[in-house]
Design a protein around this ligand. Structure first.
Ligand code: F6R
Length: 611
């Protein structure tokens, strides 16, 4: 959840660290800090955003070519100056930044206190810093050995970077659970939670594996396991484009990412749809297609927005490929002793590829012998490396904390998967297949059209920005879209919102409806159209305010609803891809008008690497 950046080389570390932290701020933003070594280790940290850290340090003349920085999403201890990272050990020998949770920190802390250690912060990270120092002094060992022995005592997850005052020419980095990437330059190295702070300096990277410890000097990198076995690093080439991680004139990353969707969906298609639109080929799955053909059941595992994409996947796969599908939250699946068979296919969906609960669910499924596929956005992240096969969504970096283009890319992959499997199983004729693919590739242009009407969304946002509750209703394929619309609104505008299958409204939520309640109904023309018209009538009969997402040219709902937002007609199975866009825009404009920090909503972080 936190962002980590480190540098060792010949350049001034300070600007690299500050710029790196700005890029990583989406991972956590309640406090920030840096440490730069130049004879002594100087630490600057406080509560608040990276911009505030920059403001207070800019005039401090910070020089040094080794350093590290951290942007925090609090787990242990409230966000304040003292709990901000980096943390020093008691005798200031070690400085540590950490992403993750040391689960046995209380026990370790008790033992260290019994040996005279005093703690200034409430964090688990300070415990780790002191544990390393204690072992270092007591055992008279090198920093590397002290780190290794300390980590052997730690239960939990970590991505850490460590500096040792007595061995000033190195950084030590280690990973268990929380991601770390090392960038390789000429006589310089970079370390970060993801590649965004690195990409402007080098495109050669090493993804640290679990239980690996790297000792990084200016011109040398040694990689070992926690058991002290030498590891040969695998160098990967980054394909990330620097423009992809800039706002490029948009006020927020979220808005940029909403507007990128026509492009990002085309990128998801790229190389996977034949020029004649008669074949879908998901290269990453080719080897295991025979296994999927035989699958008796698919279990989709995800969290949050990715889980909503999974629900759309359930509807698609069951309809077109006739394979039974269950959709599970990673956090529930991993703890509820689920029945997993060897011939089950598990599909894990994750934008970041680092979500702790999804990762834990994957390892449970693998331990029971199931085949696990990944649908992920971040190339080289943990989930693609833990799964047997998979498909990258290729949506490009998603920086806004609220997921938008990743959702449509995930749904695009699931749609291609369902159509492809349906065709393989001969449940769809060649002609139907071609028609479905033709409808699918027309989606980017249809989204383009929706985006052109963004002023209209602003107008409606202005009317309802002060509402305290919203209800979102949809049926069939559009029910998960209702859930996603409600999630988008609550996470960035802090307005309470609920998504429901429209027919369920009668079983409870209808009691909430009065003349102050905006009800967003996703009511494009499909087989439930008549039914959803009745649901709209039920809302109107209770004086609710209806904002309906309808198919272009709809005249029936226009008569009933207070507002209609039109989307181009499409096959109902792919309507989630168009209908979600108005909901993203509505949430965005409402949040902006309420003065909320859209890209960095309170209490949230982009990837949830703790359980
Ligand atoms: C909501 C949102 C979250 C994520 C969830 C899973 O806008 O972004 O709900 O969808 O934390 O994250 P990934 O997809 O990275 O596993």
């Amino acid at each position: 959840m936190c962002g980590i950046v480190g540098y060792i080389g010949f350049r001034e570390a300070y600007p690299i660290l500050i710029n790196g932290l700005k890029r990583l701020e989406y991972r956590g933003y309640d406090s920030a800090g840096i440490a730069v070594m130049n004879g002594t280790t100087n630490i600057y940290k406080h509560k608040g955003k990276v911009a505030e850290l920059e403001e207070t340090t800019r005039t401090k003349n910070i020089h040094g070519t080794i350093g590290m920085g951290h942007t925090r999403w609090a787990t242990h201890g409230v966000p304040n100056d003292i709990n901000a990272h980096p943390h020093s050990s008691q005798h200031a020998i070690f400085t540590v930044i950490h992403n993750g949770i040391i689960e046995n920190y209380a026990k370790l802390k008790e033992k260290l206190e019994a040996r005279g250690y005093k703690f200034v912060s409430d964090t688990d990270t300070e415990v780790l810093a002191n544990l390393i120092e204690y072992i270092y002094i007591k055992g008279e060992v090198s920093a590397e050995i002290a780190v290794r022995l300390a980590l052997a005592k730690v239960v939990g997850a970590y991505g850490i970077v460590i500096m040792c005052q007595n061995e000033p020419e190195q950084l030590i980095a280690a990973r268990k659970g929380s991601p770390l990437v090392i960038g390789i330059g000429n006589n310089e190295y970079f370390v970060a939670s993801d590649a965004t702070p690195i990409v402007e300096y080098t495109n050669s990277v090493i993804y640290l594996n679990n239980d690996n410890i790297a000792v990084i000097k200016r011109n040398e990198l040694t990689l070992k396991t926690i058991e002290n076995l030498q590891v040969t690093p695998t160098v990967h080439k980054l394909t990330m484009d620097i423009d992809a991680i800039e706002k490029n004139g948009f006020e927020h990353f979220m808005l940029k990412e909403i507007f990128e969707q026509p492009r990002s969906i085309n990128d998801t298609f790229r190389g996977r749809i034949s020029p004649l639109l008669d074949e879908i080929r998901l290269g990453g799955l080719m080897d295991i297609l025979p296994k999927i053909d035989q699958a008796k059941r698919i279990i989709i595992i995800a969290c949050g927005t990715s889980w909503h994409a999974g629900l759309v996947g359930e509807y698609l796969i069951e309809e077109f490929a006739r394979i039974p599908v269950e959709v599970e939250y990673g956090s529930e699946f991993r703890y509820r002793n689920p029945i997993i068979n060897k011939d089950d296919i598990i599909i894990a969906i994750s934008q970041s590829g680092e979500t702790a609960d999804t990762l834990a669910a994957i390892s449970l499924a693998k331990s029971k012998g199931a085949t696990v596929l990944g649908i992920c956005n971040v190339v080289g992240s943990s989930i693609p490396r833990e799964t047997h096969a998979g498909v990258y969504t290729h949506a490009g970096p998603e920086i806004g904390v609220a997921s938008t283009k990743a959702f449509t890319a995930q749904v695009t992959v699931l749609t291609m998967f369902a159509f492809m499997m349906g065709h393989r199983k001969k449940l769809i004729s060649n002609q139907q297949y071609k028609q479905l693919i033709t409808d699918l590739v027309a989606i980017p242009q249809k989204i383009e059209h929706i985006l052109e009407m963004h002023q209209e969304y602003k107008r409606i946002a202005e009317l309802y920005k002060d509402a305290t509750n919203f209800l979102y209703l949809g049926r069939g394929y559009l029910f998960p879209v209702a859930l996603e619309g409600a999630l988008k609104l609550k996470e960035i505008s802090y307005i309470h919102a609920e998504g429901y299958p429209a027919a369920e409204m009668k079983h409870g939520p209808i009691a909430l409806i009065d003349n102050k309640m905006p009800v967003v109904v996703i009511a494009t023309r499909d087989k439930s159209y008549e039914k959803i018209c009745s649901n709209i009538q039920e809302v109107k009969a209770r004086k609710g305010i209806v904002i309906a997402i309808v198919t272009e040219g709809d005249t029936v709902i226009k008569q009933m609803a207070d507002h209609v937002l039109e989307v181009p007609a499409t096959n109902e199975a792919i309507a989630p891809l168009t209908t979600v866009v108005p909901l993203q825009l509505l949430s965005y404009y409402i949040a902006v008008m309420r003065g909320c920090n859209v890209d960095q909503p309170r209490n949230l972080a982009k990837s949830v690497t703790v359980e």
